[in-house]
Design a protein around this ligand. Structure first.
Ligand code: TMP
Length: 244
């Protein structure tokens, strides 16, 4: 049974639109897959400490147990531009917000297009790709400091090349994010402050609202038990794959 409460509204292009009802643990904005390829490209989003890695692992295990091939990846990517970004975040290198936004644009294109382990290469080899962050992270994190429309425009080539079939946003309060980060890390990164996370959370809410009519977005209550979050995510992924 579908765990999402549906108002049964269908849009003109027959995508199922499911709207939030009070007390629901998850809600899904649209359900049409972007094209006819069998592999899914799914981007996990959320403020730091929202539990993305755990859920990516659980979804990956679930898909693998059904003999689907899965590639897990993340942004900043493990490549050279991603490493430069991490050096800025840990304070080893200086970088202002525009430079960081530009580096993310370049890192994302490299992450998509590099022939060795790029997302497109992995998808052509028959893998579903689960990424820990994609363009919405830039909209929320860099959009908190520089003009959002500029960030969206700067990332438009990545979105044109490959738009996620589904963005999954794990929703947790800033307080929970901060206490999880403090437990997990010896030292916080330079932007891991309450003030920044609050700005980022506000930007995410704005961005999710802005794109909910033309992209597939699943918003999950990240304060639930891990297995319940995983069940919400599986309901959506299963429908996209036409599985029982
Ligand atoms: P994480 O590996 O713990 O998710 O950390 C990655 C950090 O990078 C996180 O604080 C969010 C940030 N980030 C951006 O600021 N912009 C982006 O486009 C991406 C992908 C990540």
């Amino acid at each position: 049974m579908n765990r999402f409460t549906s108002t049964g509204i269908r849009s003109s292009n027959a995508s199922l639109l499911i709207f939030p009802n009070p007390g629901q643990s998850a809600y899904l904005w649209s359900m049409n897959k972007n094209d006819h390829r069998p592999e899914l490209f799914i981007a996990f989003e959320g403020i730091d400490g929202s539990g993305k890695s755990t859920q990516i692992n659980l979804l990956s295990e679930h898909l693998s147990s059904l003999s689907h091939r899965v590639h897990q990846t993340c942004e900043p990517s493990p490549g050279p531009i991603g490493r430069m970004i991490r050096d800025i975040f840990t304070g080893k290198m200086e970088g202002d917000h525009h430079t960081i936004a530009g580096l993310f644009v370049a890192d994302r294109l490299h992450h998509l297009l590099n022939k060795t382990d790029g997302i497109l290469t992995k998808m052509s080899a028959g893998n579903h790709v689960l990424t820990d962050r994609y363009v919405f992270s830039s909209y929320a994190y860099q959009g908190a400091h520089v003009d959002l429309d500029w960030v969206i425009a700067a990332n438009s080539e990545s979105q044109r090349i490959l738009q996620p079939d589904l963005h999954i946003f794990l929703d947790i309060p800033v307080d929970t994010a901060l206490s999880r980060l403090v437990k997990r890390r010896e030292q916080l990164e330079i932007f891991e402050t309450r003030e920044n996370l609050e700005k980022v959370k506000t930007m995410y809410d704005l961005v999710l609202d802005r794109f909910r009519t033309d992209q597939n977005i699943l918003i999950v209550d990240g304060m639930q038990r891990q297995e319940d979050i995983a069940a919400d995510i599986w309901s959506a992924v299963k429908s996209m794959l036409d599985l029982e």
